[in-house]
Design a protein. Structure first.
Length: 419
């Protein structure tokens, strides 16, 4: 099969790396790809949200299957467009991707189908939000309705912060149109856990759990980023706890989307908080997480192409996922300054000699050398029998890599996550 992957980060690199191992894939393309992906696939210079450009390329090049990894093209309906041209495409329709692209949609769905989540109110006017803000208990969470690169969430500890957050979204338009509607939510407490699951619209198969580290600095300090590292498993859940998450959250969500006429086929991401009252949904995403995918997929023993096809062909009930036993850790190496401004174009040393699997995020190849080309640059992966050993092994790899102004967290997998 001629397969095209959409996207350009570490997540897309690990997807290409896994697909390359499949006998079913004869030729692999990636749009737009990056320096590391270029070693596995033919990179095509079309941006991920160019729906028409990608569709044209897929038709002209007789692509058999397209895997859409990032949220923007999913929200723009790339999967619908490709399918309307008779091309098999992995990922939810734009209608199902609303669980990520509209928090108002996802919260309303959860409330109507009794899926546990934080209590919330939705506002379309700043004055209404401000008057509500004067009477609620603090801390409270303010969220932009639409896609805001993971940055549209503000946790307000006092009244002033809360009002500033509301104004930033409505009148200052800090998150553009994403902040036209704003949610104010109860602040939950507890360890966070990510569960990704494959679904074909009916059957849903959870993967091993994982945990991201969103803040830029050690000790969960600094700004929110796309994710600075991840571990699997994300928590030591008992069978009863796993069962509760499956029966109160995962299955009801897939059933609800089907009931709403927007069946979800693809990977669904459950961002959970394990509160004293049980697991609750913090957010849904309509795709693999980055860097969660880099921590999970190397442990997957199945042929990833077969799993993708089963999601699209509605035959996921015939698949059993198998993961390598033990644990894994991936550490993101970023450009100094990220998530704010940073320099690009520095030469990277040690990728091939560090002895670990390294997935590229923001890199490009120039005259046979890898140069930095983004905020998150690399993701160094290791697995082992225990989480501690996986962490040590990943950092061993990190120490073998160097580029100017590089920045990484030293405590991936080591922050408290007690249930
Ligand atoms: P989100 O973009 O929805 O994943 O939110 C980003 C981060 O904000 C989450 O990973 C949580 O750490 C935090 N957060 C979001 N909503 C809540 C909430 N209701 N209570 C506590 N923390 C939250
Ligand atoms: N790592 C969080 C995300 O991909 O949204």
């Amino acid at each position: 099969m001629r397969v095209l992957v959409i996207g350009s980060g570490g997540r897309e690199h690990v997807i290409c790396w896994k697909l390359k191992q499949s006998k079913r894939v004869t030729e692999l393309f990636c749009a737009p790809g990056n320096g590391g992906i270029a070693g596995l696939a033919t990179c095509v210079p079309i941006t991920a949200d160019d729906v028409e450009g990608i569709t044209r390329f897929a038709v002209e090049e007789n692509i058999d299957f397209v895997m859409v990894a990032p949220e923007n093209p999913l929200a723009l309906g790339l999967v619908d467009r490709l399918q309307s041209q008779g091309i098999r495409a992995f990922g939810p329709s734009a209608a199902a991707a609303r669980i990520e692209s509209s928090k108002a949609f996802s919260k309303d769905l959860m409330v109507r189908y009794n899926i546990p989540t934080a209590k919330y109110r939705l506002f379309e006017k700043e004055s209404d939000a401000l008057s509500y803000a004067s009477e609620i208990t603090l801390p409270a969470v303010v969220k932009a309705d639409g896609l805001a690169l993971g940055k549209g969430v503000i946790i307000a500890g006092d009244r002033m912060e809360l009002e500033d957050a509301i104004r930033a979204m409505f009148s200052e338009k800090k998150f553009g149109n994403a902040g036209d509607r704003v949610l104010i939510e109860e602040c939950l407490e507890g360890p966070e856990l990510t569960i990704l699951a494959f679904s074909d619209g009916d059957t849903v198969l959870p993967m091993i759990s994982s945990r991201d580290h969103k803040r830029a600095l050690d000790g969960d300090l600094g700004k929110n980023t796309g994710g600075m590292g991840a571990i699997t498993p994300g928590a030591d859940l008992t069978e009863a706890e796993e069962h509760r998450i499956l029966e109160t959250i995962i299955r009801p969500t897939i059933a609800a989307l089907k009931e709403e006429g927007a069946p979800f086929a693809g990977v669904i991401y459950f961002g959970l908080m394990l509160t004293r009252d049980g697991p609750k949904v913090i957010e849904y995403n309509a795709r693999f997480g980055d860097p969660e995918a880099q921590a999970i997929l190397p442990r997957l023993q199945n042929d990833l192409m077969e799993v993708f096809e089963a999601c699209v062909d509605h035959t996921l009930d015939r698949i059993k996922l198998v993961f390598k036993a033990g644990a894994s850790c991936c550490v993101v190496m970023a450009s100094g300054g990220y998530p704010d401004s940073y320099q690009k174009g520095y030469e990277i040393e040690g990728i091939e000699t560090c002895g670990k699997l390294v997935f590229h995020a923001g890199t490009r190849l120039s005259d046979g050398k890898y140069l930095t080309n983004g905020g998150r640059v690399l993701c160094v992966y290791a697995d082992a029998e225990t989480t501690e050993k996986a962490i040590d092994s990943a950092y061993e790899g990190v120490r073998g890599i160097w580029f100017r102004d590089m920045h990484y967290r030293n405590d991936i997998g080591q922050t408290e996550n007690k249930i």
